[in-house]
Design a protein around this ligand. Structure first.
Ligand code: DCP
Length: 215
């Protein structure tokens, strides 16, 4: 990549609590990377509405609205230009679709018609190529580890998250990123053991990014 001006876009993916934000904060120290964080601030304050809290309080009522908004805000971040050679995103429109929307539908929280509408929006939003990714780094952690970290960080909206919910989301991540089931995903996926200490996770992630840029 050093011989051309081509930019790379990486999405850091993994279950809730797998450590994506801290990996992004760490990569922000590198001059190679521009970081595009997840729009969680806009999800907790959408013109005064905390749609993340609304989702957890009443998923049947707000699941569709939350995911429609998540897809739209993520699509905007995909299209956002950056300067450094590597653009690193926290999550992507693809995990919104293949993990969160999928899980809400399988859990019968989203109705069939809501699922069909979200799938159509997703196809439209990715159709012009602006959501292109070159690589996914999958922070793979057990649901038990994720739950411990969620409890430790005490984000008030997430008090109701259960191990069962994290297990279901974990299965969706595994189907999508390990089995590549039904997703037409053809880009490389680097899997990092995210049960390790932060330092080891940073080290593994750095190695991946440096290899990519020096290639
Ligand atoms: N969320 C959701 N649907 C999406 C994306 C996120 O319901 N399409 C929710 C799940 C979490 C919150 O938004 O409650 C943020 O989740 P992430 O896993 O994206 O971000 P974290 O900050 O939890 O990641 P990490 O702990 O790995 O840093």
């Amino acid at each position: 990549m050093s011989s051309s001006s081509k930019k790379f876009t990486i999405a850091v993916e993994g279950n809730i609590g797998s450590g994506k934000s801290s990996v992004l904060a760490h990569l922000a120290n590198s001059s190679l990377c521009d970081i595009v964080a997840e729009p969680i601030d806009s999800w907790t304050n959408l013109n005064g509405h905390n749609i993340l809290a609304m989702l957890y309080d009443d998923p049947q009522r707000w699941g569709f609205a939350f995911q429609a908004n998540a897809q739209m805000t993520l699509a905007k971040l995909h299209a956002q230009p950056t300067k450094a050679p590597v653009k690193v995103m926290e999550r992507s429109i693809y995990s919104a679709r293949h993990c969160f929307v999928e899980n809400l539908y399988r859990s019968k929280i989203l109705q069939g018609v809501e699922y069909e509408i979200l799938k159509d929006w997703f196809q439209l939003l990715i159709s012009n190529g602006s959501c292109h990714l070159d690589l996914i780094i999958y922070l793979r952690a057990t649901p038990e580890t994720c739950l411990q970290r969620i409890h430790a960080r005490k984000r008030s909206e997430e008090e109701s998250i259960s191990l069962d919910y994290l297990q279901k989301l974990h299965e969706c991540h595994e189907e999508w990123l390990i089995n590549r089931h039904n997703t037409n995903l053809s880009i490389p996926i680097l899997v990092v053991d995210a049960n390790q200490t932060k330092e080891r996770v940073y080290n593994d992630t750095n190695t991946h990014v440096e290899n990519l840029v020096s290639y």
